[in-house]
Design a protein around this ligand. Structure first.
Ligand SMILES: [Zn+2]
Length: 496
């Protein structure tokens, strides 16, 4: 008798790395894939998955979700590893401790947070390892100002301490502190280069939007890669580039061809979401992006912001309150095509920018499931991966026609794993449906898989995902959440 725990029988197994796309059985044992083959012998447990795709679980490089309810939405979208890399969390050791104590349905990990480190070293605020702490202070000018030399030294030391604790890289919310100097950004990139990790940047303003910006947000990322040799990951190229996506992609393409390590990600939605106190949402700055107060929908109340006066009031009273920002118009064919180009760009990975749940009334039990209707988020939290699968393989083929399932799955699992694996050993075991690798597995119906979340119904889970296993344990079974499953493990870099 074999030592297997489970056999997934007769699915269409797709592994972009080896090129396998064929009907196979998959055996799982002790959290790993034990065998992939035709007509494997029976295991102690069997699941028939005929007609379903069986592939490596999706790796989300950009998830701000830290509540179990939100992570369950991500699992129902096929995500088996959700990493907080753009904002990051500092001190990172505390973030890992908290997540381990909480127990998580999917694997987790964090970068060092430039913004939170800046709150400590430039603003003198106490260290608080959470996105909530950042959101609460998002509009505070004290952390956004230009750093003194001694503060810059302390900032670099703070981030280096996180890298010594296994942080996955350096998250840089540069666009939220536009007075931070380009020299500071190069110092941070230099630290990443020395440490052999990547930075994950929310770009500074583009020169088309803010002619007086200290540096063009796109040029600056690319230049940092060229000058320091660091791997610079350009976050959500779809949203910060606004209607200049083609210009930004051409710049990235030139840098890549010149040998710089610049990588990109995108999510297929026209609207963004952040704290309403963000610097670039100040009433006097909305015009830079062609926005007005009514381009903003305040999530806690569901209201379209009626006036500048109301915007000022909300920024004052609840700066971290989440707001939907209309950027590209999803009803415009031109804007939709632009959005899709950010996703089909070679090497651009699918990353959700998933947001924590906002509650319109006092939060329910954190483990309540199904989610009460009072929980609100951006539809990207629940739908990014299945929406990408639907659009790229079925509904919105680019000029070259529909993409192959294998090519799209590579953007969801293999390519994100490869992006990190030089300094994150766990990533060498993920993103592949191969014997010996981690049993992070998603099983879905390729004909019907789709997102269902909308701006009006933002927590509606994706459909068509049948099973999700994390480290060999079902977290989604027969399309439903397994209530007590918490097999997620920490993902850490080799300490620097
Ligand atoms: Zn961002």
């Amino acid at each position: 008798m074999n030592e297997w725990d489970l056999v997934l029988r007769g699915g269409r197994v797709i592994d972009p790395e080896s090129g396998l796309d064929a009907v196979r059985d998959v055996a799982i044992a002790a959290g790993r894939i034990a065998a992939v083959g035709a007509s494997l012998p029976p295991g102690p447990a069997e699941e028939d998955v005929y007609g379903q795709v069986v592939t490596a679980g999706f790796i989300d490089l950009h998830s701000h979700v830290n509540d179990v309810g939100g992570l369950r939405l991500q699992a129902l979208d096929g995500v088996t590893t959700a990493l907080e890399l753009e904002a990051g969390v500092t001190p990172v050791a505390e973030a890992y401790r908290r997540a381990a104590g909480q127990g998580r349905p999917v694997n987790y990990g964090f970068s060092a947070s430039w913004a939170l480190a800046r709150m400590e070293t430039v603003a003198g605020l106490p260290a608080q390892a959470s996105l909530g702490a950042f959101m609460a202070r998002i509009s505070d000018p004290a952390w956004q100002r230009a750093a003194e030399p001694a503060q810059l030294t302390a900032l670099i030391e703070r981030i280096a301490a996180d890298l010594a604790d296994g942080a996955l890289g350096i998250g840089v919310l540069l666009g939220y502190a536009p007075a931070a100097s380009p020299e500071e950004y190069l110092r941070v990139a230099g630290l990443a280069a020395e440490s052999g990790v990547a930075t994950f940047t929310h770009a500074r303003d583009l020169v088309e939007m803010v002619p007086a910006t200290l540096a063009d947000g796109a040029e600056e990322i690319v230049r940092a890669a060229g000058e320091t040799g660091a791997h610079m990951h350009y976050c959500h190229i779809n949203s910060t580039s606004h209607r200049h996506i083609d210009r930004v992609l051409a710049l990235v393409d030139r840098a890549q061809k010149a040998g710089s390590r610049v990588t990109t990600e995108a999510y297929p939605y026209g609207s963004g979401m952040t704290g309403i106190g963000a610097a670039f949402l100040a009433p006097e700055r909305l015009g830079e992006r062609g926005l007005s107060p009514s381009s903003l929908t305040f999530a806690p109340t569901g209201e379209r912001v009626a006036s500048e006066a109301r915007l000022r009031e909300l920024r004052e009273t609840d700066p971290g309150g989440l707001v939907i920002i209309d950027l590209l118009d999803e009803s415009s064919a031109g804007d939709r095509a632009l959005l899709m180009r950010s996703l089909t760009f070679p090497g651009s990975v699918v990353a959700s920018d998933a947001m924590p749940l906002t509650w319109v009334s006092p939060p329910a039990d954190a483990l309540a499931w199904p989610l009460p209707r009072t929980a609100i988020t951006h539809p990207r939290t629940a739908g990014t991966f299945c929406r990408s699968l639907r659009l790229l393989t079925r509904d919105a083929p680019g000029a070259a026609g529909p993409a192959s399932l294998s090519a799209v799955l590579a953007k969801c699992s293999l390519e994100p794993a490869r992006l990190l694996e030089d300094w994150v050993p766990a990533m060498r075991e993920k993103g592949r449906l191969q014997p010996g690798r981690d049993a992070d597995v998603v099983v879905f119906d390729p004909e019907t898989v789709t997102d269902q979340a909308t701006y009006a119904d933002s927590t509606r889970p994706s459909a068509g995902i049948r099973h999700v296993l994390v480290n060999g344990v079902f977290v989604v079974r027969d399309g439903g959440i397994v209530a007590d499953a918490g097999p997620g493990r920490p993902v850490r870099a080799e300490p620097r």
